[in-house]
Design a protein. Structure first.
Length: 226
């Protein structure tokens, strides 16, 4: 059964993780997990789109909740057992050079750091890299790679249309995902630009806001957008 948002048929829900499904890196609340499992059982594909590395994301969400994962801000894609890196020629050398100026994390492709290092990041990257911001974090990502490009790639693999995809986000790095999705959801704690571009803005924040949106837009209690 396909879910309806007004007259728009929704076949997939893509969602950010931190500040959207959870805050502070804690595990997802059981009620939210159950609501998402019901969506999936009713035919809605679930896609996780996060700046985190795959290992951290799975620690927070558990395994098997999502049909596909867009990790490392679009640079690492997983659909089932298949994994794909979105990197240009020369990226490995560029990453090693830039990473020498930062603390290494769990990421395989991108470099993640505190927003306090924004000026440093912008000063050391070459034309192969872009610096993307997510509230209090920055990410150094291969040029041309973001959550939007990653989401489009997994939707193509899953044979799903972007215009029939809804997305939920809270930070600046979710803007490219908003740009390719047919229905856009922001939360109470989302940055203002996301709220301005959203089709629906939940009152709640983090996981509570996402639960509100799922209930309101995909069935159950809650109001629908006008």
């Amino acid at each position: 059964m396909k879910r309806q948002v007004g007259e728009l048929r929704i076949d997939a829900l893509a969602t950010d993780l931190d500040g959207t499904l959870t805050s502070g890196g804690e595990r997802l609340k059981p009620a939210l997990v159950e609501a998402m499992r019901r969506l999936r059982a009713n035919g809605t594909k679930l896609i996780l789109a996060t700046g985190r590395c795959t290992g951290e994301a799975m620690r927070i969400t558990g395994d098997g909740l999502f049909d596909a994962t867009v990790a490392e801000n679009g640079a690492l894609l997983a659909v089932g057992a298949a994994r794909e890196r979105q990197i240009p020629d020369g990226w490995a050398e560029e990453r090693r050079r830039v990473l020498s100026r930062f603390e290494e994390g769990c990421e395989e492709v991108i470099i993640s750091s505190s927003i306090e290092n924004l000026d440093l990041a912008r000063s050391v990257v070459s034309r192969l890299a872009s610096v993307q911001v997510n509230k209090d974090r920055l990410m150094i990502v291969p040029v041309g790679v973001d959550k939007g490009t990653g989401l489009l790639a997994v939707l193509k693999t899953l044979h799903l249309a972007p215009e029939r995809t809804a997305c939920i986000g809270d930070g600046e790095n979710d803007l490219p995902m908003f740009g390719v999705s047919g229905f856009r959801i922001a939360l109470g704690n989302s940055v203002d630009e996301l709220k301005r571009r959203a089709d629906y803005v939940a009152d709640g924040s983090d996981g509570e806001g996402s639960m509100e949106a799922i209930r309101g837009l995909f069935g159950g209690s809650g109001s629908r957008p006008s």
